[in-house]
Design a protein around this ligand. Structure first.
Ligand code: ATP
Length: 364
């Protein structure tokens, strides 16, 4: 049975702006769901409605099979870490972290133990006497996280909790969050802009755009079978190559895919049944170099090298193939030829999308 269930949930603000449109999905008990999408797509609004800080305009939310629409925030046993920390300015780190616990029936000693344990995990032990104005942005964010961990409600809502941390702390907090989740097993909705964070932390990822859910799936499903062009573009670095063109009739088991100044021959069983204009998607790592492609049946193509981004652990090569610019990825050690490079798209790994509506098209 789903643990959290959103049914036809919509939110229109008093100024008429519709921030959420017919949201339908569920979250399993103990699941860690990463919620991603461009700025303004409704991620925070979704979390605020779940926490009871905002009322939905339509639809319902159930937790463990019971509707929580009419429950007050404090009845919901849901904790949220806000983007802007929301710490009490007059309280010390210790008191901020103990705040939620004081309303529960537990002894002072127990509260102290819980706070000290969270503080240690979050490297806050030295800062327990400080007030928020004496803390850096990253430290404030950790106090907010500490407040949640000390109380440990049954649902954790995290709104970009790592966004103000430096790269080092962000990495270690990511590992820490994973460990904490394995230990506490709280059902978690985690909002992030960072695709690596979503991929590494989320059991599943919910991709939103303009108040709607575009796709929910495991990181592998989202990456390997994006349900539309938007999701395909949102994940992957460098971004997926998207090439608009026309599929024409088959010849010798191959179909011509042609467009503005380019022509590819693609095996018949790897193209969609839909004829006419479509979009081909191919990820940079699915374009093979000569050494890798010799064993493949694809014939080699040749393109001009426009530029190379050396990322240390790999290289991103910008190619010009006729009128197209295509990005491919090589290993760090690959010796880049001077002007031209031979390559072979791994046609088995390509994606197809409708050219107008952007949805995924089936092959064969
Ligand atoms: P970000 O990643 O930038 O935090 P988000 O995906 O969390 O964005 P929300 O904060 O949920 O987006 O906002 C969704 C949309 O609703 C935005 O266009 C925002 O301007 C609008 N919005 C939020 N709160 C209100 C409000 N109280 N009244 C009117 N519009 C609002």
């Amino acid at each position: 049975m789903p643990f959290i269930e959103f049914t036809n949930l919509s939110k229109t603000f008093s100024n008429g702006f519709c921030a959420l449109k017919e949201i339908n999905f569920s979250v399993q008990k103990e699941e860690f769901l990463a919620v991603v999408g461009p700025s303004g797509c409704g991620k925070t609004t979704l979390l605020r409605i779940l926490a009871g800080l905002e009322t939905p305009s339509a639809g319902s939310i159930a937790v463990d099979g019971i509707s929580i629409n009419d429950q007050e925030p404090k009845e919901r046993n849901i904790g949220m870490v806000f983007q802007n920390y929301a710490l009490f300015p007059h309280l010390s780190t210790f008191d901020n972290m103990a705040f939620g616990l004081k309303s529960q029936k537990i002894s002072k000693d127990e509260i102290k133990q819980l706070v000290l344990r969270s503080a240690q995990r979050l490297e806050l032990s030295e800062l327990l006497d400080r007030k928020p104005h004496q803390l850096s942005g990253g430290q404030k964010q950790r106090v907010a996280l500490g407040r949640l961990l000390s109380k440990n409600p049954k649902i954790h809502l995290l709104d970009e909790p790592l966004s103000n941390l430096d790269a080092h702390l962000r990495n270690s907090m990511r590992v820490e969050l994973k460990k904490l989740h394995m230990e506490h097993k709280s059902t978690t909705l985690f909002v992030t802009h960072d695709q690596v964070e979503a991929m590494t932390l989320g059991h599943r990822i919910c991709v939103m755009r303009k108040g709607k859910v575009e796709q929910i799936g495991t990181p592998k499903e989202i990456y390997q079978s994006p349900s539309n062009q938007f999701v395909a573009q949102f994940f992957g670095s460098p971004p997926i190559n998207l090439i608009k063109g026309n599929l024409s009739s088959a010849e010798n088991g191959e179909v011509n895919f042609t467009g503005d100044g380019f022509a590819f021959k693609i095996p018949l069983n790897l193209v969609p049944t839909k004829a006419g204009q479509v979009v081909l998607g191919i990820r940079a790592e699915d374009i093979m170099l000569p050494s890798e492609s010799e064993s493949s049946s694809s014939s080699l193509l040749e393109a001009e090298i426009l530029s190379v981004d050396d990322l240390g652990d790999s290289k991103v090569i910008h190619l010009r193939q006729d009128n197209l610019v295509i990005l491919m990825k090589s290993t760090a050690g690959f010796k880049i030829p001077k002007n031209k490079i031979k390559y072979a798209p791994n046609w088995g790994k390509i994606h197809w999308f409708d050219a107008v509506r952007g949805h995924r098209l089936k092959k064969g």
